[in-house]
Design a protein around this ligand. Structure first.
Ligand SMILES: Nc1ncnc2c1ncn2[C@@H]1O[C@H](COP(=O)(O)OP(=O)(O)OP(=O)(O)O)[C@@H](O)[C@H]1O
Length: 254
């Protein structure tokens, strides 16, 4: 679905991405990880057609990102901001914004908004002021807005920032469900590789260059982590039940 070849991006004469080549197939869930300033957001902005590469090729379904974006097949959830708690829009209105370019009638749009609010488990909050919802609830509403136009590709930039651990878990479950039921390809920038690793098909480790491309289980080796984050990296294990512990047969002592 996405083909990136020898991509270079320069911003203010600084090379932010250097010689990146990778492919993403339809139906994958891809995690982009790496240290702060490593170029993760820049890479997704290139895929979204917001930033033009200085060199290299980026094709989505054989089209340039700019052409592909015009087809309306990308849903995008930018990095979470602190929404104004008094901003007078309801959860319903926020999801409706996702249909701004749709040719459906008003009635059809309303029906679809309710359907998507139900899908993300937020129908009962439809008339709630968006700013007064919790962080996890706001993210669900924002996801409904990003997917209501039925995209083929969903791009999420640190979607679980500021969302508590329990809400994060159900949020990631929802992403998996979207991928499975609607066949949406998902690209996600994240700092919490431990939480998403078990269901990603591919990990992209970025620190200006492509330091890692492959499966999550191999990513967790000391070498690949040090290569990406430097020699001081420490692996923090969350609980004995976590996927990482089970996979590597790590015993957790309290
Ligand atoms: N508009 C800009 N003007 C100047 N420099 C920029 C701009 N956008 C990005 N950069 C630089 O490009 C580099 C990569 O930034 P980017 O936001 O892609 O990193 P990131 O991996 O997403 O970081 P983080 O994890 O902190 O969100 C950084 O050094 C950043 O300072």
């Amino acid at each position: 679905m996405i083909k990136i070849e020898n991509l270079y991006v320069e911003i203010n004469s600084n090379t932010v991405l250097e010689d990146i080549s990778l492919e993403i197939k339809k139906g994958e869930i891809v995690a982009i990880v790496g240290p702060n300033g490593g170029g993760k957001t820049t890479l997704i902005k290139v895929i979204l057609g917001f930033i033009k590469p200085s060199k290299g090729v980026v094709l989505i379904e054989g089209k340039t990102p700019q052409e592909y974006v015009k087809s309306g097949k990308i849903g995008y959830l930018p990095q979470r901001s602190n929404y104004d708690r008094d901003f007078p829009v309801s959860a319903f209105d926020v999801v409706m914004f996702g249909l701004v370019n749709s040719k459906l009638s008003r009635k059809e749009k309303e029906k679809k908004v309710l359907e998507y609010l139900r899908y993300v488990g937020m129908e009962e909050f439809k008339d709630h002021p968006f700013g007064k919802l919790s962080g996890g609830q706001q993210q669900r509403v924002m996801i409904a807005r990003a997917v209501i136009c039925e995209p083929e590709l969903l791009i999420l930039d640190e979607p679980a920032t500021g969302v508590d651990v329990v809400a994060q878990e159900s949020f990631y479950e929802f992403i998996k469900k979207l991928n499975k039921e609607k066949g949406i390809t998902v690209i996600m920038v994240t700092h919490d590789i431990g939480a998403v690793g078990s269901f990603t098909t591919k990990v992209v480790g970025l620190n200006r260059k492509l330091h890692y491309l492959g499966e999550y289980v191999n990513f967790l080796s000391k070498e690949s982590l040090e290569k990406l984050y430097g020699s001081e990296v420490k692996l923090l294990i969350h609980s004995p039940e976590c996927f990482t512990c089970q996979y590597f047969n790590i015993e957790v002592k309290h």
